[in-house]
Ligand binder design. Structure first.
Ligand code: SF4
Length: 72
């Protein structure tokens, strides 16, 4: 997957496997629909504000519970 191609759509390229996107993380600071609107479905503008997205882009470690807000 090349960086250029994966940023073409508006939905985050990690959405399929993202536990945050798929509602598998409990105790998020905001409701799931809001997180999707603010981060996941917003194209690069939203993704770049997501900590999880940025860590993945940098090939850094994320855990199952790494949220858009926290690195934990
Ligand atoms: S929470 Fe972050 S990494 Fe997960 S789908 Fe949304 S923007 Fe992508």
């Amino acid at each position: 997957m090349t960086r250029g191609n994966m940023h073409l759509g508006r939905l985050c390229p990690y959405a399929d496997t993202c536990p945050v996107y798929n509602g598998e993380v409990e105790g998020l600071k905001k409701p799931g629909y809001l997180i999707k609107n603010v981060f996941c479905n917003r194209g690069m503008k939203g993704w770049k504000n997501c900590k999880r997205f940025n860590l993945l882009e940098e090939n850094k470690k994320v855990t199952k519970t790494t949220t858009p807000y926290d690195a934990e």
